[in-house]
Design a protein around this ligand. Structure first.
Ligand SMILES: Cc1cc2nc3c(=O)[nH]c(=O)nc-3n(C[C@H](O)[C@H](O)[C@H](O)COP(=O)(O)OP(=O)(O)OC[C@H]3O[C@@H](n4cnc5c(N)ncnc54)[C@H](O)[C@@H]3O)c2cc1C
Ligand code: HEM
Length: 389
């Protein structure tokens, strides 16, 4: 347990953190990577360059310092981080490395203000949080391994089929090389693909949402060609293999009777396809709406699949907005106000995935038409950020 003294000292140093800002976590990562270059292969290097991961870690530390005495406020964020860690195979020993460099960075940045007493308080507080994380992540690893078809660590999958959905998106149908059973997963979850050092110069790990409802024979991921890993994946063909961690993630479809609205832009459609698949298979009597935004007609790769899945749902609608194509169902940007009468604004659950600016725009519109933010769930294809309320 944390003592009152530790809690008070950590809370007192929260303003110090706020003063320095995310610079401090950028320096922490530089320091840690200098001493542990092998960890560069665990962290997404694009998120380091863009500053998004230092920002995410800074947000988590600042929240911890501010709410260390009200852990219930942090529980949702902690669970999300735990899922991300588990998808990357983070181990208990790595917490010592992170803790060591984090406290050393705070000490170096704050100088004399960071007294021995404050340092000890941060050491205690870090250890307390690390223990919470390690226990929760152990539980997630165990669950993933012990379920039928489950595993821990990496499992090799062979590409059974590749479909080019659009010029930029390819879907990969994957079967385990060992020929054994596949686990089920929750709609919205993702797997991590490990690409070894010899292929792109440094090991890199990327997450890809499972884009089809769980089934006994294959996993499917749908990948947009963008940077290093996705471009490499696009060079693969039938018979090639890739290594995956088990499905994880806390952005999942809730198995309730509430009407569902699946909202996506671009390749953000992937978790929605899985959710719609599960919806059509298991709850066809529950109302569903599928809203999608994209640039042009030729960027639409899953229209037939969405229509086919929607057929078995008793109350289903789908609307597509195309930014620069007058032939779209609706042209221009997605406009929730225009269809608000058809949406379950009072009781429905709203699932969002797409670029950050898109989700911010849509969340604002949803709140304008009366949707309670507690019923808006979203996934960011990168380090998490809070959408403004
Ligand atoms: C939970 C989750 C689910 C996801 N699901 C999917 C999915 O279903 N489908 C999908 O396609 N993606 C998905 N993603 C995104 C995916 O994980 C990768 O981030 C994406 O494929 C890009 O990785 P990359 O290695 O190809 O590109 P990176 O090499 O990481 O590059 C990303 C972008 O940054 C630019 N960039 C890189 N380095 C620099 C630099 N030094 N300076 C300037 N620009 C730079 C690149 O040009 C590129 O545009 C998901 C992500 C998460 C977190
Ligand atoms: C208590 C300590 C820790 C805290 C508070 C913390 C916090 C975070 C946060 C906030 C994220 C972003 C989550 C998201 O995308 O939504 C994250 C991701 C990540 N964490 Fe941790 N973490 C801790 C320990 C560790 C440890 C020990 C490791 C192991 C080296 C680690 C490795 C990673 C990696 C690799 C990512 C993904 C980075 C990316 O996608 O760019 N973390 N962590």
């Amino acid at each position: 347990m944390l003592t009152n003294n530790t809690i008070a000292l950590v809370k007192q140093s929260a303003p110090l953190l706020a003063q320095v800002g995310p610079e401090i976590t950028t320096r922490f990562y530089q320091r840690m990577f200098n001493q542990h270059p092998e960890l560069k292969g665990v962290f997404n290097q694009s998120h380091q360059t863009s500053g998004k991961q230092p920002l995410a870690l800074f947000g988590a530390l600042a929240a911890y310092a501010n709410y260390i005495d009200q852990p219930e406020i942090l529980s949702e964020a902690i669970l999300r981080i735990n899922h991300k860690h588990v998808s990357l195979g983070i181990s208990p020993e790595q917490y010592d490395i992170v803790g060591h460099h984090l406290i050393a960075t705070l000490k170096a940045e704050f100088g004399d203000v960071f007294t021995d007493e404050i340092e000890q308080a941060w050491l205690n507080a870090y250890q307390f949080l690390a223990d919470l994380f390690i226990t929760a992540e152990h539980g997630l690893y165990q669950t993933a391994q012990q379920q039928h078809g489950g595993w821990q660590g990496l499992r090799e999958f062979v590409i059974e089929k590749v479909v080019s959905n659009t010029e930029h998106i390819k879907s990969f149908y994957l079967k385990p090389l060992d020929g054994k059973a596949l686990p089920s997963y929750q709609a919205g979850q993702f797997v991590s693909v490990f690409v070894p050092e010899e292929i792109i110069g440094v090991q890199q790990i990327r997450q890809y949402s499972l884009s089809v409802a769980p089934n006994p024979t294959y996993f499917r991921i749908s990948v947009k060609s963008d940077g290093s890993v996705s471009q490499y994946l696009h060079t693969l063909s039938v018979g090639d293999t890739i290594k995956l961690t088990p499905p994880s993630g806390d952005f999942v479809r809730h198995n309730t009777k509430a009407a569902k609205v699946y909202i996506s832009a671009g390749v953000g459609i992937t978790p929605m396809l899985c959710m719609l698949g599960v919806h059509s298979q298991y709850t066809p009597d529950v109302e569903a709406h599928f809203l999608h935004a994209n640039k042009t007609q030729s960027d639409l790769g899953f229209t037939a699949e969405v229509h086919q899945l929607g057929q078995s749902i008793q109350h289903f609608s789908t609307t597509t907005w195309l930014e620069s194509d007058p032939k779209g169902t609706a042209s221009g940007l997605m406009d929730i106000h225009a269809i608000k009468e058809t949406l379950p604004t009072e009781q429905g659950e709203f699932y969002l995935c797409g670029p950050l600016a898109f989700m911010t725009f849509i969340k604002g519109q949803l709140q304008d038409v009366g949707v309670n933010p507690e019923r808006i769930f979203y996934e960011i294809f990168g380090p998490h950020e809070n959408l403004p309320n």
